[in-house]
Design a protein around this ligand. Structure first.
Ligand code: NDP
Length: 254
């Protein structure tokens, strides 16, 4: 179906070498996109490329550290050099430092904000000229339940993820004239390396998530294939500035 066809499109996925990023990459690859996997860990990058290629799609890796401006700019420049275009940017790389606010150092604050929010600004800023030149673009920013809620251990993380939603809205208004749609996905609790660490650190987290989630399960990376394809494809051409929860109903449970 043309509405969901990504044949000939080139997609960069930061943090595409595992977890939610890889789930989205595999979905877009199945819809025909060429995937550029962009993470720090070379072994994980290569394993992800192999997995995507194994599914019959085109994929390559470009190592990136999204904490470095030059690395973000090189990622986009090298993608355009290799493929001649950039259609889809997924700003998914992210991390958390779980501490009470009073225990945070300024350096830790900046690490979380720069990994999660500034990186998305930088990659989008670098991607804009190529998307404008191509006459279209799709930017997908990964927020969180912490874009909506607060938690004692999540001061910097919640600030960064709330910022992702507001930045998406602002960029959506700025770049609509260029036919670039900018949207955010807000995942619920998903079983990945990130939350495996959280489950070790936060007693009772596993059970409380199960109890509150109407779907009665943790999410899995595959749950993000469909929403990524939708937001990357023509099907969403009139959807911009939205923040879409993919959470099994977690955020609407009273
Ligand atoms: P993972 O830890 O599996 O993935 C995080 C990804 O980000 C990795 O691929 C990692 O690559 C990459 N990354 C982190 N820092 C950098 C950096 N400085 N430069 C380049 N890449 C970096 O966790 P998830 O899949 O769970 O997380 C993906 C996104 O989803 C994050 O933004 C997270 O905040 C968000 N999210 C996750 C939820 C969940 O329940 N799991 C819920 C809500 C949001 P590498 O290993 O190579 O450094």
């Amino acid at each position: 179906m043309k509405l969901f066809d990504l044949t000939g499109r080139v997609a960069v996925v930061t943090g595409g070498n595992g977890g939610i990023g890889l789930g989205m990459a595999l979905g877009m690859a199945e819809a025909g996109a060429t995937i550029v996997v962009a993470g720090r860990d070379a072994a994980k990058n290569q394993a992800a490329v192999k997995q995507i290629q194994g599914a019959g799609a085109k994929a390559s890796a470009i190592p990136v550290d999204v904490l470095e401006e030059e690395s973000c700019r090189a990622l986009i420049a090298d993608t355009v050099k290799a493929h001649g275009r950039l259609d889809i940017l997924v700003n998914n790389a992210g991390m958390s430092i779980r501490k009470q606010p009073e225990q945070y150092t300024l350096a830790e604050w900046h690490t979380v904000m720069d990994s999660n929010l500034t990186s998305a600004f930088l990659c989008s800023h670098a991607a804009y000229p190529a998307m404008k030149k191509g006459g279209a673009g799709k930017i997908i920013n990964i927020g969180s339940m912490m874009s909506i809620f607060g938690a004692p251990f999540a001061t910097a993380y919640a600030a960064s993820k709330g910022g992702m939603v507001q930045m998406s809205k602002a960029m959506a208004t700025a770049w609509a004239k260029d036919n670039i749609q900018v949207n955010a996905i807000l995942p619920g609790w998903i079983d990945t390396a990130l939350t495996r660490r959280a489950r070790e650190q936060i007693t009772g987290l596993h059970e409380s998530v199960l109890k509150r989630t109407p779907a009665a399960r943790w999410g899995v990376p595959d749950d993000f294939a469909g929403i990524a394809v939708f937001l990357a494809a023509a099907a969403s051409d009139f959807v911009t500035g939205a923040a879409i929860t993919v959470d099994g109903g977690y955020s609407v449970q009273g």
